[in-house]
Design a protein around this ligand. Structure first.
Ligand SMILES: NC(=O)c1ccc[n+]([C@@H]2O[C@H](COP(=O)([O-])OP(=O)(O)OC[C@H]3O[C@@H](n4cnc5c(N)ncnc54)[C@H](O)[C@@H]3O)[C@@H](O)[C@H]2O)c1
Length: 416
């Protein structure tokens, strides 16, 4: 039975969609899927939000802030009671899913290829699941692109970590006592996170160089005022604007050519990832040993195995004569307020596609909805998830989305 609610903007609406926001349970995860500001934005669209008490605390959003914006704050069981939708950041565990309502929908990062038990549990609940890490990276979907929004946070944070580790200034300083040269920063991997790292290091006044295996990255790097490192290697472009997986021969030649660039840097930031695969090892221990004592390395690919040989996720490792290698683990969680703010906006924009007049009404002919859907009313429809579960491929006529489609730009800021 639809409930009559008063939205903060005092519009009388029939709210038919109940959205539950549980507390994230993965250790160290401080983000929350929805922030109070977005609760208020959703109310006029007929989405009534129930937040688990304490869900936003670690991100800086107390229960009272949600209540002020019109959300219900309740125990987990009460928040989930009668929920039509659940919003999450991290993939839920199968145990969490077991207490969700039958037939519920979910929006969040599911990483279905590596979370088969959760996919199975969601299918058993006859759920419909949208995984934002599968969102087609087309222009129309940019406002929902949670991978990009979170990568932006990571790139910014990586530079702050490097600046904290480095026993030197980033900017050129001309003082009465003498002139301090700017720090030399090398960024390997110039996707969304790498470009944000470049922009942030430039703002701090460092001299920045960057390298990527995709030819298109050169123009983007230069537009941010950094120098693109050209190596005599073939480009490694795969489908959808991503890098393809590189051969060991290519990586060996790349390491040899990058050695001098790494040795000449005060700071090395690595961001190179291949979607769905282990991160390529681009920088060896021997290369890092050639850096000056006190140099700082921040590896943003640590959770995917790391781009640097000595990297350990979530730890600082000292290499050679005092070079610190930081393996960033879950970097967006270290800036949970703005990471959650951007993520919540991505969720709200996605809900614009599947909620209409207070009803859940997804259009599975829409490539963004279909491309993101992993489980539909209990049927696993994502090809990679089916393969991981040992299920046969669906007939061609049924949408069976795989990788994100071709990108059409990105949401990086450009220099003024
Ligand atoms: N909505 C959109 O249109 C949209 C949104 C986001 C990103 N994009 C584009 O998608 C592409 C991938 O971006 P991403 O941030 O998701 O990338 P990513 O996180 O998959 O990888 C980070 C970067 O590492 C690079 N890389 C991989 N192996 C490397 C190696 N051995 N050496 C050096 N660099 C290596 C990749 O080329 C990429 O630029 C980019 O072209 C980006 O501009 C488009």
């Amino acid at each position: 039975m639809p409930k009559v609610v008063h939205a903060p903007c005092r519009v009388l609406i029939l709210a038919a969609v109940k959205l539950a926001v549980p507390t994230e349970t993965i250790p160290g995860e401080r983000r929350v899927a929805l922030v109070p500001e977005v609760v208020a934005r959703l109310a006029p669209t007929g989405v009534e939000v129930a937040v688990q008490s304490g869900a936003g605390t670690a991100a800086g959003f107390p229960d009272a802030a949600y209540r002020d914006k019109g959300a219900t704050v309740a125990s987990l069981a009460d928040a989930l009671q009668g929920a039509d939708l659940v919003a999450k950041v991290q993939p839920p565990t199968p145990e969490e899913v077991a207490s969700w309502p039958e037939g519920v929908s979910m929006v969040g990062f599911l990483q279905p290829g590596t979370h088969s038990a959760t996919v199975e549990a969601l299918a058993a609940r006859r759920a419909t699941v949208y995984s934002l890490d599968l969102l087609p990276r087309i222009s129309r979907a940019q406002s929902m692109d949670a991978l990009s929004s979170q990568a932006t946070v990571s790139g910014y944070r990586a530079v702050l970590d490097a600046a904290e580790l480095l026993p030197k200034f980033f900017p050129l300083l001309m003082t009465a006592a003498g002139t301090v040269p700017p720090a030399k920063v090398l960024v390997i991997g110039a996707g969304v996170a790498g470009l944000q790292a470049i922009a942030t290091a430039r703002r701090l006044g460092a001299q920045v160089r960057a390298y990527d295996v995709r030819a298109a990255a050169k123009e983007e790097v230069e537009s941010l005022g950094a120098t693109f490192v050209e190596l005599p290697l073939e480009t490694q472009e795969g489908s959808g604007g991503y890098a393809r997986e590189q051969s060991e021969d290519f990586l060996a030649r790349q390491r040899e050519l990058l050695g001098r660039e790494v040795a000449a840097s005060d700071v090395l930031i690595t961001t190179a990832a291949i979607p769905g695969r282990k991160a390529p090892v681009i920088v060896t221990r021997a290369m890092i040993e050639q850096m000056e004592p006190g140099a700082a390395v921040v590896d943003m690919a640590a959770d995917g195995g790391g781009n640097c040989e000595p990297t350990e996720a979530g730890r600082d490792v000292v290499v050679g004569e005092g070079v610190v290698v930081r393996g960033m683990s879950n970097p967006p969680s270290s800036m949970p307020a703005h990471a959650s703010f951007l993520y919540a906006r991505n969720i709200a924009n996605f809900l614009g596609l599947i909620v209409s007049d207070g009803n859940l009404s997804p259009d599975f002919d829409d490539e963004v909805v279909a491309g993101t859907c992993v489980v539909r009313a209990g049927e696993v429809v994502n090809a990679a998830a089916r393969e991981a579960l040992g299920l046969p491929p669906l007939p061609a006529a049924t949408p069976a989305p795989t990788a994100p489609a071709a990108p059409a730009g990105n949401d990086q800021e450009k220099p003024q």
